[in-house]
Ligand binder design. Sequence first.
Ligand SMILES: Cc1cc2nc3c(=O)[nH]c(=O)nc-3n(C[C@H](O)[C@H](O)[C@H](O)COP(=O)(O)O)c2cc1C
Length: 248
Amino acid sequence: MVIDKEYYKMIFKRKSFRRFNDTLKLSHDELRDIEEKVKALISLVDTIDVKYRIVRREETTCKRGEYCLLIYSEEKEKFLLNIGYMFEQLDLYLASKDIGVCWYGMGKTQESEYENLKFVIMMALGKGHSHEFRRDYTKCKRKETQEIWHGASGLEIVAEVVKYAPSACNTQPWRVVCEKNKLKVYRTTNIKSIMPKDKVPFYNSIDMGIFLYFLELAMLYNRISFQRFLCQEEDQAELIPIAIYHLI
Ligand SMILES: Cc1cc2nc3c(=O)[nH]c(=O)nc-3n(C[C@H](O)[C@H](O)[C@H](O)COP(=O)(O)O)c2cc1C
């Protein structure tokens, strides 16, 4: 698999844009570039059909940004993981172009279907100034590494970086256990959040897809080769297995 290592640096620059500068506009070329980039996103599960539309923010309930990217998907197993994994690539890429992004789980659109696919989530987009992006990532609120990652022999750098992945209400549902040459990635259901309880699995599954992308990017950047195995979905446990990585 090829992952653009340039994206790695954007882990430290990206942030959820909430105050967009209304005097700045995305150009036609930028919009076309976004469309091209979306078409080139790497999927996690390539048998799931995903489509998108870019609409003016006013066509949605979103209060931020100039445009909203509406994401539609087939609702097959792992479709939420797939959406997180794919569109986080766009978040990182757009940071490199000084385009601000905010995953916007609260946003609604009247177009709840598009070409027979269901609306999943939107991202708010708008042009920013480079100085408006994150300047010191160590200052952003995240859990302590030891809370989310156990047994990091040789992977300390990766463990330090992946925790900066964005997640709905900053819930950070990821937990990683590193054993010998294996990384086990889980989603914890023990989440304290203002999110309605029945919405947590939905958003946290997207978060887990985002996290898998961060993890793979950080491993590739650090020249750690791996083979990924996605786990069967299980609903009961406090720690739901998501993926196992065999380190090669
Ligand atoms: C799936 C998902 C949904 C989100 N929904 C919203 C939202 O509805 N409103 C909002 O202001 N931020 C939303 N966010 C942004 C998170 O609050 C943000 O990622 C988190 O607080 C970490 O901050 P950071 O992205 O600036 O690093 C969402 C993020 C994700 C991943």
